[in-house]
Structure formats: C-alpha cells, structure tokens
Design a binder for this molecule. Structure first.
Ligand code: ADE
Length: 249
C-alpha cells in the first residue's frame, strides 16, 4: 500500500513512522509512506496555508489551493485506481475497526491534515473522498489522527504483523472487546491468575475467554454488544453473567 500524508507539520511523523511495526512494515515493503509539507504547494512568498473566514468570526481557515495542488502533484495528475483521499477533522465519520479494514483494502491512501478552525469546505466536497474523525474530542490538528489511521490500517496489511493470528482475534474484529490476558508470574503481589488459564483444559479456557469478552463488552460497551452477532452459546454465557451479577448485588 502507498500512503501519502499532506501536513503543515511533517516533522511530527518521523518518530512514529520510524518505530516498531510501522518501521518494519516499510522496511519489508508492505507499506510505502511519504510525508509532504503543505507549504511546498503554496504560491506566495510567505507560503501561506490559511486565511480569515468569509462571513467573519474568529480563527483561520485552511485555504483550498495548496491541498488541491499537493494532491495533484503527488499523484501526477490523474486519480489512482482504488485510492481514498481522507480529510482528518472532528466533523468526519467516526473511525472504527471496520473503516480501518475497508481502508486497508485500498491501493493508495492520501491523508489530509486539517488545522485551525477548519479546512475550506471545497476540500472536503471536491477533493477528499471522505472525512474521518478519530473520536468525539478536538485535537490541535489532523496529524495525530492521521498517525492513528496509518497505524490501524498498516497493521492489517498482510505481512505487517509477525503473527497473522494477532489481527484476527483483536478487540472489535467480531464487535466485542477482547478477553483479559495474563502472563507469568502465576501470582503477583497476592493477585493470582484465574485458575482456569492454568488448567490446560482448552475447551474450558475458550469458554472462559468468550464469557469474559462478553462480560467486559456488556459492562463497558453495551453499544457494541447490541450490534454483535451472538451465538446460542453467547446468549447462554450472557445469562450466566446476568445471574452472577444479580447474586453479587
Ligand atoms: N482534528 C482535530 N480533532 C480531530 C479528531 N478528533 N479527529 C480527526 N481530526 C481531528
């Protein structure tokens, strides 16, 4: 996959792209990631990327021309087949695992980082193919969100993770939060690992994990549980959980 980022703060990306799995994915040729300075696509001496909003009000708005110039220069004129141009802004669709999966199937992503009060609406309307928000909070710019999107997408690419199993059992892959994990020591500061995990009984372990996954999702993310596809066993486990909680009251 090819990923291009267009930003006024290119220096923010080096530490993240140069570490861990993102670094290895690039070294292995799984992803080719380029970061471009939006100011290189301005036409004036001051390399201006923002201007006052039409209609008045405070703050500044990012100008459309540099974004259009940058995208057209980077992709050499014509749109690439199977590309997605994503504007990162708080007014976008929510970024979820399902969208990460969808984006990971593209040949090319171009990420546009917004700033200030916002980006001229013509960028969103006529250049971006979608606008994406990473959550219901406002950050100082689209750079951290772009890094979040890159991280979530690249780790899904074949060959990015050492262990392909990893991505399949993630939280959200089936709309549930992942079960609790433990490693050695079996007892730490008086807190023991659940006995079932030491039992070697794989059927019991699988059932325990599914149950804890359901318990956690029910408590913390009822919205996810409502959308999850549940098996007969899941419904049985949820009933057990409800009875346990009833008894604990
Ligand atoms: N820019 C500022 N806040 C943002 C958010 N929550 N998601 C995406 N881009 C942003």
């Amino acid at each position: 996959m090819r990923i291009d980022v267009i930003t006024t703060f290119p220096e923010m990306f080096a530490p993240v792209l140069g570490s861990s799995i993102l670094k290895r994915a690039q070294e292995k040729g799984v992803a080719e990631i380029r970061v471009h300075d939006l100011r290189d696509y301005t036409a004036d001496r001051h390399r201006t990327t923002d201007d006052a909003p039409f209609g008045g009000g405070g703050g500044m708005v990012m100008k459309p021309e540099p974004f259009f110039e940058a995208v057209e220069a980077i992709r050499g004129g014509k749109p690439t087949e199977n590309e997605e141009i994503v504007l990162l802004c708080p007014q976008g669709e929510p970024f979820r695992q399902s969208l990460a999966r969808e984006l990971s199937a593209r040949r090319r992503l171009i990420l546009l980082c917004g700033h200030y009060e916002g980006v001229d609406e013509r960028v969103r309307e006529h250049l971006a193919t979608r606008a994406v928000s990473i959550g219901d909070y406002v950050l100082t710019g689209g750079e951290l969100p772009a890094m979040v999107v890159i991280d979530a997408v690249v780790r899904l690419l074949p060959g990015a993770l050492g262990d392909e199993q990893g991505a399949a059992s993630d939280s959200f892959s089936d709309n549930l939060l992942e079960y609790p994990q433990y490693t050695r020591p079996a007892e730490f500061r008086g807190w023991p690992v659940p006995e079932v995990l030491l039992s070697g009984d794989h059927a019991r372990i699988r059932r325990w994990r599914r149950k804890e996954s359901l318990r956690r999702t029910r408590r913390l993310r009822p919205d996810l549980l409502a959308a999850a596809e549940l098996s007969d066993e899941d419904r049985e486990l949820l009933e057990e959980i409800e009875q346990e909680e009833h008894r604990a009251e």
